[in-house]
Write a protein that binds this ligand. Structure first.
Ligand code: SF4
Length: 94
């Protein structure tokens, strides 16, 4: 009998190779912009969080390259690029 895998278990199968240069950045001076708080809610990998000072921080390892954060926050606050060749996410389960 097989059991269905949950989302976290499926994401755990992905391989992520970090690029030396982060492919997504919060633009300097935009860390306190309220638009960034939407990324905390929508990022499927949970990479955005709020620090004790109330500003949003991004930890890029594990990014799924879905582009959702750019869509909801906008290019005024995020610099978004795909990672360099040979780096980034490698999907293992669909
Ligand atoms: S591209 Fe997707 S997975 Fe990567 S940080 Fe943005 S919302 Fe999260």
């Amino acid at each position: 009998m097989s059991q269905a895998m949950g989302l976290k278990a499926k994401l755990g199968l992905n391989v992520f190779i970090a690029d030396q240069d982060p492919h997504i950045r919060i633009k300097p001076g935009q860390e306190a912009d309220p638009r960034l708080k939407k990324a905390i809610i929508v990022c499927p990998a949970g990479l955005y969080s709020e620090n004790p000072e109330g500003t949003v921080v991004l930890s890029i390892d594990g990014c799924l390259e879905c582009g959702t954060c750019l869509l909801v926050c906008g290019s005024e606050v995020l610099e978004w690029n795909y990672p360099g060749g040979g780096t980034g996410v490698q999907y293992r389960f669909g």
